[in-house]
Design a protein. Sequence first.
Lengths: 361, 288
Amino acid sequence: MAYVAVKGGERAIDAAHAWLAEERRGDPAVPDVSLAQIDNQLGRAVDRVMAEGSLYDRGLAALAVKQAQGDLIEAAFLLRAFRATLPRFAHSLPVETGRMQVRRRISAIFKDVPGGQVLGPTCDYTHRLLDFALADSGEPPPRVPAADAEPAPMPLIHEILGQEGLIEADPPLPDAAPGDLTREPLSLPASRDVRLQALARGDEGFLLGLGYSTQRGYGSTHPFAGEVRMGEVAVEIEPPELGFAIDIGDIVVSECQMVTQFTGSKTVAPQFTRGYGLVFGFSERKALAMGLVDRAMRTEELGGDVTAPAQDVAFVLSHCDNIEATGFVEHLKLPHYVDFQNELATLRTIRATAKAAEPAV
Amino acid sequence: MNGYNFAYLDEQTKRMIRRALLKAVAIPGHQVPFGSREMPLPYGWGTGGIQVTAAILGADDVLKVIDQGADDTTNAVSLRRFFARTAGVRTTTRTADATVIQTRHRVPEQPLREDQILVYQVPQPEPLWRLEPSRVETRRMHGLADYGLMHVKLYEDIARFGHVAISYDYPVLVNGRTLMSPSPIPSFDNPKLHMNPALQLFGAGREKRIYAIPPYTEVRSLDFDDHPFCPARLPHVCGLCGATESYLDEVVTDDRGGRLFVCSDTDYCAGRRAAGHAGADGMKAAAE
């Protein structure tokens, strides 16, 4: 009988999980991929999963990528669910990106800057031609010789502009502990710390699209990439029982200072404003998009009219999290037949009422 | 389960959720924000209900999980297993034997008791969201009990279709004060919320809200004096147990218009059949 076919969910789930495990491993004749291989050779995937998974741990992120068969949103979800079980014992001091061990640092607003323009391991100027040599695993490429010169200090570009007062200064550090969306639900209007946290965890594709929309006129900010830098920064915490900061480790981050259109008011002379992006790992695309969206969300604060999606804080913050989004979009796969049959009944009633009201021919 | 606390969540998180639950019970129908955690199941699949259940579950509890009224739908199976694995509690499919029932989209047919708790999974806790997407604005409307917008929506339905065209997630007024989403249960189930002896808890994980209906609380479905609320039920009899009062699923049996109508509450239907009741299709199946 047909009705019996919808039973047996328990057996079906077990069978599905077994099949999934088999699919994940693939052909047993092909060697198993190691976490070290994923971490080393698919590093950008690991970076993205750490950023959207909100947990800086390359090993666990590589495991998540493997377990999720390369589905990066699923991998970020695995990492988030693990992260939720960890105790939170401190918040760090602000990381000093001015003291970064820089691997890459560019500024689009000056031809040259103190410390120089450093391209780093970028694919920016590669020609996007498939490299068929990579198809055969061969010898590793020759090592790049290290530069002779002692690395010069690399001051932050916006601080150079700030000496003339041409760009807004960093806001003072708030006295209160920074907000944490993973502990307290989002409440609107959200403060900038919470907004930046949401963007840093947010979906790269969503932020890319929103940032792009501001470039096409939906909330334009006339942006310039003031500075993009990537490298290692030290993370420090200051335990109250010690009273001084201790270094707990280094993380790789990408940072973008977006310099945007100048504004002014009766009390403040016109100056450039800023949008800020900071992301775990080498995730430059997302850092730039985040800088655009952060600045767009400051429209109201800077006296503008909120007309575009990227400027609407509630809209952006409520929809940028891909773990929330994927769950709710994909929950449409769950059975909804009780509600659907109610809709069927309502539709039949409305159609019958309409038909009864038709004049007889 | 090794490496995890009883019922998965750590005790600090459970305490935070219980504080939200106490506040929710104190203000019936009011949405209380809570620090919803990322669960190992996706948002939209019952994370709110799971967190509420995890926070109230004790070692002696007996848990029942239903989805669409059925114990054997895939997500109900998955959630029941989650708690069997992380809390080691006894589980049941019998409504009468359960102390905690987690549900999605249905209220059991069998009346509940004072010693039972019904936990609803809620996708969208804000009853006004279709009419006003800004949660800043809806919060203000709840504060002022300004629900004119919803009454206008019901009025427009009546003007256009002759009756209210909401068949599930039908808005209710709780304790004469707060407009509340009963979650996407069919309007057929709405009257069961009213003066229910059991505690009813609602968890929305993705939207990070908890709300509650304490036992014996007035819950009215919105209507007008000249257009009273009328819950919908298919005009059929359960094909398996012959029930005439239960909520029915419509099952497509062939591609020639064949339909089988059966109780959506599988425990209710099985209980009736065990007691000797039979429907037309049930007898046919037994004869084959």
